[in-house]
Design a protein around this ligand. Structure first.
Ligand code: LMR
Length: 335
């Protein structure tokens, strides 16, 4: 009798358990560092909606905004370890992965124009760079373009000399570091989650970012000046763990690929609008004075910062820098 009960229980468990197991959703943890109201926050939620829809619920996406799961550096390590499956970090933060080539996109004015950025991201050179990430166990699924960036500080930054002696928060990377030093300021790498407090307490005097981050993180409440310098750009890579992605059933991956494509289109359209709106809201707040550079001021910035391009030829190789210029359609501006 006892044997019968055990056998019956085993059959029952198998009968009940196996379908339950087969139906267990594949969980994708999507961690990011910005507000749910920022373009990346909105696009991550849109991706969740599409991914769950296109896989008929076989995938469940958990979105963790505002560094609530991991901060900048930790999230990259967590992705490589497989503790998180999806991230969309700024490509300026890739050097800790051992992929220094992405720093090149921080060269001043290289990617200021939307057209250069689009041309670069669509160029075959990106395949070469993507392979570098793949070699680190990271698969890039898409690039999300958050547009050109502006500087904020408690001092009006009109001429390059205005940076002298300021402590500036940077995202990371050798080019970012060189740009800040060339301006006569002191670069300090801080995770995005620490920036508000660092600005508020004077640990740093300024930073650079897209207007939507400056608005949604309330940096403008603790920064008296903003300069529309558009000296560089904030680009995200939507990345996943290579082994995880390869392990997905083909039909699930197909649904996710569709969700990636549509949320990328959504991101690019949202970012352009949100950044323009954010700048207007910051102006309207009356807390931060917004400065636009005159032609003469912009020329002075270019003259000051173009030597960083020459300096960085030693890091990346002259040929690589020139190939990037060609791929993006960039011509070094004349001051
Ligand atoms: C920053 O660290 O300033 C940004 O890269 C944050 C983000 O992801 O938009």
């Amino acid at each position: 009798m006892q044997r019968f009960v055990i056998a019956f229980a085993a059959v029952l468990a198998f009968a009940l358990g196996l379908p339950a197991l087969a139906q267990a959703p594949i969980v994708i943890k999507f961690s990011h560092v910005v507000s749910p109201d920022a373009p990346k926050g909105k696009a991550s939620l849109y991706f969740k909606e599409l991914a769950e829809k296109y896989t008929n619920g076989r995938v469940q996406v958990e979105v963790y905004p505002n560094s609530s799961l991991y901060k900048d550096k930790e999230e990259l390590e967590a992705l490589q370890l497989g503790s998180v499956q999806l991230l969309a970090p700024s490509i300026s933060k890739f050097s800790p992965l051992g992929v220094k080539e992405f720093d090149i996109f921080d060269l001043p004015f290289l990617m200021s124009d939307d057209s250069h950025a689009r041309q670069m991201m669509a160029s075959p050179m990106m395949d070469e760079l993507n392979k570098k990430l793949e070699a680190k166990g990271v698969s890039p699924l898409a690039y999300w373009d958050n547009g050109a960036i502006v500087y904020t500080a408690n001092r009006a930054l009109i001429w390059p000399e205005d940076f002298r002696g300021l402590k500036m928060r940077i995202q990371g990377g050798k080019v970012y570091d060189a740009v800040t030093r060339e301006l006569g300021a002191l670069p300090q790498i801080l995770p995005f989650s620490a920036v508000y407090q660092a600005l508020q307490t004077g640990v740093v005097d300024g930073e650079d970012n897209v207007p939507s981050n400056i608005l949604t993180q309330k940096f403008y409440e603790v920064q008296k000046h903003l300069t529309v310098s558009y000296h560089s750009r904030l680009t995200y890579a939507l990345i996943t763990n290579k082994t995880f992605w390869a392990s997905l059933p083909p039909d699930v991956r197909e649904g996710l690929d569709r969700a990636v494509k549509e949320s990328t289109e959504f991101f690019n359209a949202t970012a352009a609008k949100d950044n323009a709106d954010a700048l207007e809201k910051i102006k309207a707040s009356g807390k931060t004075e917004v400065h636009y550079l005159s032609d003469a001021e912009r020329k002075a910035w270019i003259a000051k910062l173009m030597p960083v391009h020459t300096e960085m030829q030693a890091r990346f190789g002259k040929e690589f820098v020139e190939r990037i210029y060609k791929a993006s359609g960039f011509t070094p501006p004349q001051s």
